[in-house]
Design a protein around this ligand. Structure first.
Ligand code: PLP
Length: 444
């Protein structure tokens, strides 16, 4: 066998070589076609090979691709930040550009801490997050993540940040019944703040809809309004991690719009450049920037490629494309269509415990027993089997396994926002076949 040079996610696993992509389809060099049912890692929201984006990329490359942010600004970066401010709730955000979702959440944490330092409250330097959350893989971002599997190996290096209960109504971690719980999971934040002391806490971070750490978990009515009120009461900044939910994915430009809450900081990534170039950002409300503007006037963060004009031009073209083709509306209506089909599947396939999500960020949770919702034993690898089976049939879906403190099985279905109803039908047909085949394999 030929020697390998690239360290892949699983060493010595065979990964097909991709040749090209068009729309929702990817084609490998063996001639296999794949439906991109999860936009890669919930990223390629416009689908593949969109000419408008390629043109914008070439146009900018013909001018200048890179300048260092400490030496120059550029027209695309200025225009992109202005556009983000115009689109974001409240229209009063500043933008700090980075290159990945992990950098965006970690930068949000650092800016929150700096905000309190500039206000003469340096003791406020912890961030509260939730169990079942994922905010990124760098050590700061991982410190804020309640993702058991991804943390495990690095525990000694991580900050011991507090975590609170997630709004996971299908399987309430506080043992409550949905609709009759007085939002006890939101109260858990207030309890944690009182226990630790607000004087030690800079911010609370949450994904508007929980992604990789549980699978499109939508909070109950009123949850974020209560969370924001608690944060305001105790002088704690609210960071919305919109890396997965942001930029049209859930049928709103930002996930938090569904809950009519304006976060103090937002982290963006993935869909912001729809996979055409690495690009991410931390959005910061004017009132959070104010003491920094008045004080040291500089944020101690940033990366070599931060705010490079090449990625900014691409991201600007992506936002323009989303508006021109009304993809926020498309995500909403196609999401309803797909959700209904998945709910119909749930009536026919008994290992489907829950179907949930918003817009085109949807998920299916699998259970061994629908009545008591007991999960499959981890050793059965139900999620991996379904993903592999679908892959062999030419359909890509994304894992959200390990939802219940390292256990549990779920997949995310999040196709490009340009998907047609016929293509959704095709996606669901293949997925149903894969789930049925795996169910037959694991049945005693
Ligand atoms: N935050 C959320 C909600 C994510 O889903 C992810 C990635 O899946 C990240 C942060 C980290 O982003 P990246 O992989 O670009 O570093």
């Amino acid at each position: 066998m030929k020697r390998e040079y690239v360290i892949k996610p699983v060493i010595e696993h065979h990964y097909p070589t991709i040749q090209y992509g068009k729309g929702i389809y990817l084609y490998d060099e063996q001639g296999q076609t794949y439906i991109d049912g999860c936009s890669g890692a919930v990223t390629a929201g416009l689908g593949h090979g969109v000419q408008d984006i390629i043109d914008a990329m070439i146009e900018q490359a013909n001018k200048v691709s890179f300048v260092y942010r400490s030496q120059f600004t550029s027209e695309p970066t200025e225009k992109l930040a202005e556009k983000l401010c115009e689109l974001a709730p409240g229209n009063d955000y500043w933008t700090f550009f980075v290159n990945s979702g992990s950098e965006a959440t970690e930068t949000a944490m650092k800016i929150a801490i700096q905000h309190w330092q500039e206000k003469g409250r340096p003791g406020k330097n912890k961030v509260i997050s939730r169990r079942m959350s994922y905010h990124g893989i760098t050590l700061g971002a991982l410190s804020m993540s309640g993702h058991v599997l991804r943390r495990r190996r690095f525990i000694p290096l991580l900050e011991d940040f507090p975590v609170v209960m997630p709004p996971y109504c299908y399987r309430c971690p506080l043992g409550k019944t949905a609709g009759n719980c007085q939002l006890a999971c939101a109260d858990d934040l207030a309890t944690a703040i009182k226990r630790i002391g607000a004087e030690h806490i800079a911010a609370f971070i949450a994904e508007p809809i929980i992604g990789a750490a549980g699978g499109a978990i939508v909070p109950p009515e009123g949850y974020y309004k209560k969370i924001k009120a608690i944060c305001e009461l105790y002088d704690i900044l609210f960071i919305a991690d919109e890396v997965m939910t942001g930029i049209a994915r859930t049928g709103a430009m930002f996930g938090m719009e569904h809950y009519e809450v304006e976060p103090d900081l937002m982290a963006l990534g993935k869909g912001m450049s729809a996979g055409y170039t690495p690009m991410a950002a931390t959005l910061v409300k004017d009132h959070v920037m104010e003491p920094i503007r008045q004080g040291t006037k500089s944020i101690m963060s940033g990366h070599t490629y931060s705010a490079n004009p090449q990625s900014a031009a691409v991201s600007l073209a992506v936002l323009t494309y989303i508006e021109k083709h009304q993809l926020v509306r498309a995500a909403e209506s196609k999401g309803v269509y797909l959700l209904n089909l998945l709910r119909q599947l749930a009536q026919q396939i008994e290992i489907i415990g829950d179907v949930r999500g918003k817009g085109l960020l949807l998920a299916i949770e699998f259970v061994a027993n629908r009545t008591d919702k007991s999960p499959f034993p981890a050793a059965l690898s139900v999620t991996s089997r379904i993903i592999e089976n679908a892959f062999q049939k030419g359909l890509l879906v994304y894992p959200a396994a390990g939802a219940i403190d390292g256990e549990g099985d779920a997949i995310i279905v999040a196709p490009p926002l340009i998907i047609s109803e016929e293509e959704i039908d095709q996606l669901v047909r293949i997925l149903a076949e894969s789930i049925r085949e795996v169910m037959a394999e694991i049945s005693p």
